[in-house]
Design a protein around this ligand. Structure first.
Ligand SMILES: C[S@@+](CC[C@H](N)C(=O)[O-])C[C@H]1O[C@@H](n2cnc3c(N)ncnc32)[C@H](O)[C@@H]1O
Length: 211
């Protein structure tokens, strides 16, 4: 008999479906559901996947962008190589300038979609875990601001904590629309939420910069 977590995992319909349909993780269905609802990724897009391992979201992105698009996946952990020629994997910490420079180099400057399903490594101490989560979210937003092209899209996982509302407010001027959602495949007991920013407005196009 396996652990309770193992037993629950094997009963999970998305886990089973991922096995049957050859997806690397059940998380693939979260991105599929998010994409169906918000039309985030289109054929030919350049997509940056932050916290990509084992590669479930990257797989879905590769399907969506087709041969004309590019997908760059970054993770601290090693993950199985993709054989598609338009996929670039980076092993490293996306909060560091070196990795951010590498991303920019690979995409040639700009991306249409920045997505992050990254989870901080948790230590169990609430205040520390919340700070780690905030740092990760801030890094994703900073990367999005540096590389998103005008009208590009952002989708990222966040854990609801004390800074959640101010983070959402800060995003509102930066995108035409900001939505929060929890896809059906996200486990109900998890405090994760997904924040979607549609149609990025570069700084020069924002109201506060016009006079
Ligand atoms: C839930 S998993 C992502 C699952 C993935 N979306 C999929 O569909 O297979 C979260 C990942 O975020 C990665 N991660 C967390 N912080 C990171 C960082 N600073 N830089 C790179 N990867 C990070 C973790 O190593 C982990 O593999």
């Amino acid at each position: 008999m396996g652990s309770r977590w193992q037993v629950e995992k094997h009963k999970d319909p998305y886990y089973k479906r991922a096995k049957q349909e050859d997806y690397r993780s059940r998380a693939s269905y979260k991105l599929k559901q998010l994409d169906k609802k918000f039309k985030l990724i289109k054929q030919g897009n350049t997509v940056v996947d932050l916290g990509a391992a084992p590669g479930g979201w990257s797989q879905v992105a590769l399907e969506k962008v087709g041969e004309d698009g590019i997908v760059v996946g970054v993770d601290l952990n090693r993950f199985k190589k993709f054989h598609e020629e338009n996929y670039y994997g980076i092993r490293g910490d996306f909060t560091t300038p070196e990795v951010q420079e590498k991303i920019i180099e690979l995409i040639g400057g700009k991306a249409k979609v920045v997505m992050s399903d990254a989870s901080p490594s948790l230590c169990g101490i609430k205040n520390i875990d919340q700070l780690r989560s905030i740092d990760l979210t801030n890094a994703v937003i900073e990367i999005a601001e540096n590389i998103l092209e005008e009208k590009g899209n952002l989708v990222m996982k966040v854990f609801q904590g004390p800074e959640y509302k101010s983070m959402l407010d800060s995003l509102k001027g930066k995108f035409r629309q900001v939505k929060t959602t929890k896809p059906a495949s996200s486990r109900k007991k998890s405090s994760e939420m997904y924040v979607v920013g549609l149609k990025y407005r570069p700084k020069k196009n924002r109201k506060e910069n016009k006079n």
